[in-house]
Design a protein around this ligand. Structure first.
Ligand code: ADP
Length: 284
């Protein structure tokens, strides 16, 4: 594999003439690693992912895929090298899991050959890796959030691209399901050699699973490198305005951030009378 297969150079992106949402971003995706992109809401993470995947055109700068300008490369060629899963995708009603995963094979379809044994094998492999084979015949919209998310990941895997970009694949899932998904993504990178770039919102899961962490703020990349180098209290304060201690989990040695209590403005002081009409502390 050549170095730096996917690289953004001096990327500037704005929406409808507003100030730069991406402000001169230089970024290269580490090969065969799981890179996790963090940043406050609106910092430009999705925009960066879409620009790197050719979904959005930059106003200035270039995205290079294997040394070629991705925005001048035909869709099918890009789709054989790079798969992207956008935030909160929705499947047409009634579409089965197998049909959805099969959609990942579109870059390989030809007019004269709609579906090959190779497509069949890729779909079966992808469903097996993402552990959705047992749901193959069921409609996607009849599954739980976590099962559905695994189906979408299977669809991207069926595309059999070495580069995989995922935008918040764990959003709204139970912690256990998030952990399962991250374990799957780590395996894809470490066992199968895929290159993954993933936007996540959970800081501690990001620090626990990333090979490379990238922190964005206001359209710029502020920090990138190993979790050891990037996941610090000072960076969390600067990027997220979060007061937190970063400590080590004594069992796994992983880094964990624990927000500190500033005690700045107590919601209720000890002397405030609490009436049942103004606040209820018991579950309703
Ligand atoms: P993040 O993924 O970090 O939450 P986004 O890349 O989605 O950030 O958005 C960055 C900024 O661009 C935000 O201010 C957002 O409101 C704005 N933005 C995103 N998409 C659009 C759009 N389609 N039209 C106009 N503004 C947008």
């Amino acid at each position: 594999m050549s170095a730096q297969r996917l690289r953004g150079k001096s990327l500037c992106v704005s929406y409808e003439g507003r100030r730069h949402v991406l402000d001169n971003v230089d970024f290269q995706v580490a090969e065969g690693r799981l890179t996790i992109l963090l940043g406050p809401n609106g910092s430009g993470k999705s925009t960066l992912l879409k620009t790197l995947a050719r979904t959005l055109d930059p106003e200035r700068g270039q995205v290079l895929l294997d040394g070629k300008d991705i925005h001048r490369t035909p869709t099918r060629d890009v789709a054989r090298k790079l798969g992207i899963l956008p935030q909160s995708p929705t499947a047409p009603e009634g579409l089965t899991v197998r049909e959805l995963v099969g959609m990942g094979r579109f870059p390989y379809q030809r007019l004269w050959q709609q579906w090959s044994q190779e497509d069949e094998r890729a779909v079966n492999d992808a469903m097996s890796i993402a552990r959705v084979t047992e749901f193959a015949a069921r409609p996607v919209d009849a599954l739980s959030g976590g099962q559905r998310q695994r189906c979408w990941i299977a669809m991207v895997l069926a595309q059999e691209t070495e580069l995989v970009l995922l935008d918040e694949p764990t959003a709204f899932l139970d912690l256990k399901v998030q952990v399962d998904l991250l374990e799957l993504l780590v395996q894809l990178a470490h066992v199968r050699g895929r290159t993954l770039l993933v936007v996540l919102h959970d800081l501690n899961l990001a620090a626990a699973y990333a090979d490379e962490l990238v922190m964005m703020r206001q359209g710029r990349i502020e920090h990138s490198g190993s979790p050891e180098a990037v996941f610090t209290a000072a960076h969390l304060k600067q990027v997220f305005d979060l007061d937190a201690n970063v400590i080590r989990d004594p069992h796994t040695q992983r880094l964990v951030c624990v927000p500190t209590l500033t005690g700045a403005t107590p919601l209720l002081s000890a002397t405030t009378p609490v009436s049942s009409a103004s606040v209820s502390l018991s579950p309703t």
